[in-house]
Design a protein around this ligand. Structure first.
Ligand SMILES: [Zn+2]
Length: 271
């Protein structure tokens, strides 16, 4: 009987010792896991590595690479108004469609000389529908849409000058909307050509301005129905000057859009 009690007490003591050893082992494992493992892996060498133990998730967040801003090459869409059977306005043998195309091609050459990617809705005397013009700009995701026209007011032949049309409320490409683009185009045209300043005009219902998803304007260079505007428009010199003014306007607008020329000569919108 006494011996049985002794055996029992020995068993209980062994059990307590065993449990104590297990407790120590578990504690050591916990400590190892919490501190030693964290300190050893992974290695964070960045300046944000001030946050201490238990914040591995925060550390990983801090060293995630920041997304690089989208960089997009500039594409300029030039739209010579009318063409083919659509003559636009005319006086004697002076046709709007011909003047528009000539100024547009001159402008395109100046922009291409700078290394810009330029696309035309037409480069010849062909008919192009209005929807086709805006569809092309949207499909190609053009940066700016510049339509070139000349005006007509046969009942008021004394009316003359330059105006630039835009669609109100158009969002455009972030920093620049149709209205701002129109202001710049109008300023540069009037400054260089010395024409009467008829200002910028909101035209919410014009197809190419309404449908295009980028900053878009129609530059009406002069009035074919007015004698002095018509005489000027009929000269190669004046049309070249109009192209130079539009070239300056496009460059100014792109500058406001933070467009920069890259070392590989591509024009990129950054940020
Ligand atoms: Zn026109």
């Amino acid at each position: 009987m006494r011996k049985k009690i002794k055996m029992d007490s020995l068993f209980v003591r062994s059990l307590v010792i065993l449990l104590s050893v297990l407790f120590v082992i578990l504690n050591t494992a916990f400590f190892f896991n919490k501190y030693i493992m964290n300190a050893g892996s992974p290695t964070f060498n960045d300046k944000n590595d001030k946050i201490q133990s238990g914040t591995v998730t925060e550390k990983i967040t801090n060293v995630m690479p920041t997304p690089t801003p989208v960089k997009k090459e500039v594409l300029l869409l030039i739209d010579p108004g009318h063409g083919g059977e659509d003559l636009g306005t005319y006086f004697d043998n002076i046709y709007e469609k011909v003047l528009n195309l000539d100024i547009s091609l001159k402008l395109g050459k100046l922009l291409e000389n700078d290394g810009f990617k330029v696309l035309f809705t037409r480069k010849e005397d062909v008919f192009v529908g209005l929807k086709e013009r805006s569809d092309l700009a949207n499909e190609k995701d053009a940066t700016l849409f510049l339509s070139i026209h000349n005006n007509n007011m046969p009942d008021s032949p004394n009316y003359k000058g330059t105006e630039t049309l835009y669609c109100p409320g158009s969002s455009g490409n972030g920093k620049i909307n149709g209205e701002r683009f129109a202001q710049i185009v109008q300023e540069e045209l009037v400054k260089r050509l010395g024409t009467i300043d008829n200002g910028i005009i909101a035209r919410p219902n014009l197809s190419v301005l309404r449908r295009t998803q980028m900053a878009a304007v129609i530059a009406e260079i002069g009035y074919i129905s007015n004698y002095s505007d018509r005489i000027k428009l009929n000269t190669e010199y004046f049309r070249q000057e109009a192209a130079v003014a539009l070239h300056k306007a496009v460059k100014r607008t792109l500058d406001e859009m933070n467009v920069k020329k890259q070392p590989d000569n591509r024009w990129i919108i950054s940020g």
